[in-house]
Structure formats: structure tokens, C-alpha cells
Design a protein around this ligand. Structure first.
Ligand SMILES: [Zn+2]
Length: 452
């Protein structure tokens, strides 16, 4: 019912021998305004346990590293790893540069009216564009203020939609998603039928049990049609994961957090994902990318850097896919979480070598024309800062079925048996896979409104 036709090609996996780069301590940032605190474990448990009898065993999430947000803080909790980032920082000055471009490509909202295959440039021209240095923004307000010094939007206000409203929202948005990926008017009815069928999962008992909040359930449904679909829904039906909105420990603006918790009534351990309630009103397609990140963190072990590199690359590519299909109207939503996800997408899109999407090596500053601390970053993985107060970041950690499905789907490249996150992060670095050159140019030009 929720199959995807995104098969993996039998390309050969090649290890890159990558070593993580040393990062400057976050507290050196001029924007840093936070303080370190120690939160007593008991207090923390009481404050964040949405399932009253669940005891956190360990935590990790996608606030523990802070892409492009220099003012991050780290919190120590006995026997568990938790770290988090603060809000986007103060004004950073910005100098606009004006790179010249000889080829005309449509830009901004106008291009939304056109489908992917309408793109008037050739594959060769698309590749030539991607071989150029990283693209700077034409509209700084699409990105986090800390990077481009423009408007810092608030989180979106609560939506208060009825279930029927959510269903209609999903069917309309998901039909547009399929219509853009397969722009054939004869297929429109089939696309709408698929979305109409899949939205019934909103009442599926196993899905409801795994995701009680309807906003988060709609978000998970937006993983359908993406490369992570099959394994994401197997995981959701496994009974081993729960997703909900709730407060994040310490009340920070972390986007989400993963914890391995024990249900004291049943004695069973499960993976609890808490999406920050601060962002509950944000578009569920944003939360789909966050869920796609957190599903990687299934075990209770302390994070490894390659695990976060993998999780963030999947998150960024899920958002890039949404930007491809919904264009500038999605990228320009005036909300805080949109700016954060756009900034990650920009970092991923601007990490290229010889016109191919990479993660560990790039060809110049990924935030062109930024004067923020992060302006020095030259690849996607550099903006991922794995920090905790004890410095216990593992060099590697074992993979899982969800990660395998997600990474194979996006890279179109098989992972070996018993792969580790080192393998998956290398695969994401080495295989552009899913996205065509024209699609990447379209995202850069039309959706993110970049100076291609
Ligand atoms: Zn994470």
C-alpha cells in the first residue's frame, strides 16, 4: 500500500577514508549568549515524560548538533548524553555580492508554475551550473538570521485544524507532490487517488498508537512517496517507536529529541521521539524531515558523529525533495522552522565537487556572502557540531534497517551487510543518487531563490 518505486541500483560502494574535522568550540562564538547548566536527572525525567510511567534511558536528537547556529549550548545529564542549541543569534552583518551568470533560468515564485520536466535547460547545462561555486541567496529572509542577518521569524502559530481539514490538506499537498514528480496530466487522477487512499492511515490503529498527535501523524504521512517510505512505515508499525509533540528538556529550541525509554508498566523499552512543541504549528512537511532524521537514532548508545552526519543528510534531502515539488511557496513560509530547514538544505545543496552533491568535501564557502562564524564552512558535515560536556562522541555506531532503506533510497547504492553509520555517511557523501542535476538546479533557482 505504501510502496515506493525507488529501487537501488547495483553500484559499488567505495570507502572514502574520511576523518571528522575538528570543530571550534561553540562557546568561542561571538553570538554565544547561553549558559551551561546541569539539569538534575530526576527533575528532567519529571519534566519531559509525556508517558507518565516511562523512564528515559538515553537521549539523542537533532538539537544535539546545531547546523549553522554558532550560539549553541551543551547540557550535561548524569549517565545520558543531551546537548542542545539556543535560538538563532543576533544580527550578523551581510555583504551582498553579485555573481554573474550567463545562462537564464527561471527564478523565484514564477518558476513554481512550471513542473520539473518543464525546466528549459539541458542536462549538460544543469551540470555546468552545479560545477560553479556555491550559490548565494537572492532572498536572505529565507534563511536563518544567524547566517544571513536578515529577518528572524517566529515559530508558526498553532493550526487548530480539524481532522477533516488535515486530510484535505494532505490530499491536496501530496497530489501536488506526485504531479510535480510525474508531470503528466493523465496521471493527476491516479495521484489524487493514491493520496486519498494513503490519508486513511491517519486512522490506522498502529499508526495512531505510535503517533497520538494528529499533527505529527500527518507529518509522518508526508514520508510516503519519499525514499524513506518503506522502512519508515515498517518501523512505525513495529511497536518500538512513539512520536509526539512535547517540551524539550531545558525548554530550548531544539527541533526534536530521541530517547530510549522504559515503560515501567510493561517493562518494555521503546524509542521515544519528542518533536518540540514550540514548533507544533509549523508545516507538517517540515516535521516529516525531522522524523526522518530521528528514526536513525534507534538505539540507546551515545551518538557517533557519522550517525549525525547520516541523520542530517537524510533530513536535508527530505526537505530538498519537498522544496523540489512545492517550490518557493514552501521555502518562503515566514516561519522559524522553515528558515532553519532551508539553511540546512542550502548547506547540503552547496556542498558539491565537480557538480556532484557531496557531504564531506565541497568547493568553497557553503554560505556565500555571509559574515557569520559559519561563513568559513566549506561542506555540509562541517556545520554539524556534535558536542557534549564530557566529549564522549563515539567514532562510529551500528546502522539499522530504517537507515539502510533511507540511505539506499537517496544514494541508489546498496549498503553492505552489518553496515555502520560510517558506511552510510560515506555513501551519502559519494553518491548523489536520487536527485538529477536538473532537479538540483531547479531547487536552487526556483525554490531557494539562489544566485545560480
Ligand atoms: Zn540527531
Amino acid at each position: 500500500m505504501i510502496n515506493t518505486s525507488l529501487g537501488a541500483s547495483p553500484a559499488r560502494y567505495i570507502s572514502s577514508g574520511y576523518q571528522p574535522k575538528k570543530q571550534a568550540p561553540l562557546h568561542d562564538s561571538p553570538q554565544f549568549t547561553g549558559k551551561k547548566h546541569i539539569v538534575p536527572a530526576l527533575l528532567l525525567t519529571a519534566a519531559v515524560a509525556p508517558f507518565a510511567t516511562a523512564t528515559p534511558i538515553s537521549r539523542k536528537g537533532n538539537g544535539d548538533i546545531a547546523p549553522s547556529i554558532p550560539g549553541s549550548i551543551t547540557t550535561a545529564i548524569p549517565t545520558a548524553l543531551v546537548s542542545r542549541s539556543n535560538t538563532d543569534g543576533d544580527v550578523a552583518t551581510f555583504t551582498h555580492a553579485n555573481p554573474t551568470l550567463t545562462v537564464h533560468v527561471e527564478k523565484g515564485p514564477q518558476a513554481d508554475k512550471r513542473s520539473t520536466k518543464d525546466c528549459t535547460i539541458t542536462d549538460k547545462k544543469a551540470h555546468e551550473i552545479l560545477e560553479k561555486p556555491p550559490f548565494g541567496p537572492r532572498n536572505r529572509s529565507l534563511f536563518s538570521k544567524v547566517v544571513y542577518g536578515s529577518t528572524a521569524y517566529d515559530p508558526a502559530p498553532p493550526q487548530n485544524r480539524s481532522k477533516q481539514d488535515w486530510k484535505n490538506f494532505y490530499v491536496d499537498a501530496q497530489t501536488e507532490f506526485y504531479d510535480t514528480l510525474e508531470p503528466n496530466p493523465a496521471q493527476h487522477a491516479a495521484h489524487k487517488a493514491r493520496a486519498t487512499r494513503d490519508v486513511q492511515l491517519i486512522d490506522d490503529p498502529k499508526i495512531v498508537s505510535a503517533i497520538p498527535d494528529i499533527e505529527a501523524r500527518v507529518a509522518a504521512l508526508f514520508l510516503i512517496g519519499t525514499p524513506v517510505e518503506d522502512e519508515a512505515f515498517k518501523y512505525l508499525r513495529s511497536g518500538n517507536v512513539k512520536v509526539q509533540f512535547g517540551p524539550i528538556p531545558g525548554g530550548t529550541d531544539d527541533k526534536a529529541i530521541s530517547e530510549l525509554v522504559k515503560d515501567e508498566q510493561t517493562g518494555k523499552q521503546y524509542h521515544r521521539i519528542t518533536l518540540n512543541e514550540l514548533y507544533k504549528g509549523e508545516d507538517p512537511r517540515l516535521h516529516a524531515a525531522l522524523i526522518g532524521h530521528e528514526f536513525n537514532h534507534q538505539d540507546g548508545n551515545v551518538n557517533s558523529r557519522p550517525e549525525e552526519e547520516t541523520a542530517y543528510a537524510i533530513e536535508a534531502r527530505l526537505w530538498l525533495l519537498r522544496l523540489l515539488t512545492h517550490g518557493n511557496k514552501l521555502a518562503s513560509m515566514p516561519t522559524q522552522l522553515t528558515q532553519r530547514e532551508n539553511t540546512e538544505a542550502l548547506a547540503q545543496l552547496n556542498t558539491r565537487v565537480d557538480g556532484r552533491l557531496r557531504t564531506k568535501t565541497g568547493s568553497g564557502a557553503i554560505y556565500p556572502n555571509s559574515s557569520a562564524e559559519s561563513a568559513q564552512f566549506t561542506n555540509f558535515d562541517q556545520v554539524i557540531q556534535v558536542n557534549n560536556s564530557t566529549g564522549t562522541v563515539k567514532p562510529n555506531s551500528p546502522g539499522n534497517d530504517y537507515t539502510r532503506g533511507a540511505v539506499q533510497g537517496f544514494t541508489k547504492t546498496p549498503l553492505k551487510k552489518d553496515f555502520t553509520f560510517n558506511d552510510s555517511s560515506n555513501a551519502l557523501d559519494q553518491h548523489q543518487g536520487f536527485f538529477s542535476d536538473k532537479q538540483l538546479v531547479r531547487i536552487a533557482n526556483a525554490s531557494l531563490d539562489l544566485n545560480v
